[in-house]
Design a protein around this ligand. Structure first.
Ligand code: MF3
Ligand code: CO
Length: 247
């Protein structure tokens, strides 16, 4: 069931969205060679708590941390660990906060020190993919048109779109209907309606789109071990467009 939020619900949802917005700005300044992903997760937990919210991911289906931190060929759902970030790597941070009975969900991919031109391009194109999709959003937009905008920008730049993981509705629950693929065919699919809040989250691979799950049951990695980037915002669909709540 797709949920259209009331004006009052949307107002309550703004605060958890602003918390992750500010959190992602804070964490960017902490990313450097030598820091562990566990340390970043601890900073994220403290930030969310300090703002009177609860980490949406902690305990979700048994997930053991506040953030998903995915390095290099890890696409999403990387579990924070003693892994030390190295100069030249890219790291995706995905976080959600729960406050006022509502969840937010957002992710960014950051460089660790100086990175290769290919990784620079991958991060940039992934962010652009989000905005190509965002530009299609308005009351009545079809998921095929949104997905096509994202997919064609990725593929025109020589990259691929992960198929087996998708965006989603977000709000009363972290994951709500509908599923929102980052690929699609123009003129096809469900229509989004004004008042829906959705997480749009392109996951873009430098190589093939196929992915595998590691033995930890969570971490998704690219099948060819090439790097992957992720960019996500919680977005409100409006009558004539959309509003990014986490930016
Ligand atoms: N932002 C992630 C997603 O939409 C949420 C991860 S759920 C967790 O897929 F359990 F892995 F934390
Ligand atoms: Co999400």
């Amino acid at each position: 069931m797709m949920i259209v939020k009331t004006a009052e619900q949307i107002e309550r949802m703004r605060e958890p969205c602003l918390i992750v917005r500010d959190l992602l700005k804070m964490i960017e300044s902490e990313i450097r060679p030598g820091i562990t992903t566990k340390k970043l997760d601890l900073l994220i937990f403290d930030f969310i708590k300090k703002h009177g919210a609860v980490p949406s991911f902690l305990g979700y289906n048994g997930y053991p941390a506040s953030a998903c931190i995915s390095v290099e060929d890890e696409v999403v759902h990387g579990i924070p660990s003693d892994r030390v970030l190295q100069e030249g790597e890219i790291v995706s941070i995905d976080v959600g906060a729960y406050k006022n009975s509502f969840h937010s969900d957002a992710a960014r991919t950051f460089p660790v020190g100086r990175i290769s031109p290919l990784k620079e391009k991958l991060i940039k194109v992934t962010e652009e993919c989000f905005f190509k999709g965002f530009e299609t959003l308005k009351d009545g937009v079809r998921l095929g048109d949104l997905g096509y905008a994202i997919q064609s920008h990725a593929e025109n730049n020589g990259f691929s779109v992960v198929r087996s993981l998708v965006g989603h509705g977000v709000g009363l629950n972290l994951h709500e209907d509908p599923n929102i693929p980052n690929y699609g065919k123009p003129g096809r699919g469900l229509r989004l309606r004004a008042g829906m809040t959705v997480a749009i989250e392109p996951m873009i691979n430098a190589g093939v789109y196929e992915v595998n799950v590691l033995n930890d049951g969570w971490t998704i990695v690219t099948a060819d071990s090439k790097p992957s980037a992720h960019y996500e915002n919680t977005v409100l669909i409006t009558e004539d467009g959309a509003e990014i709540l986490t930016l």
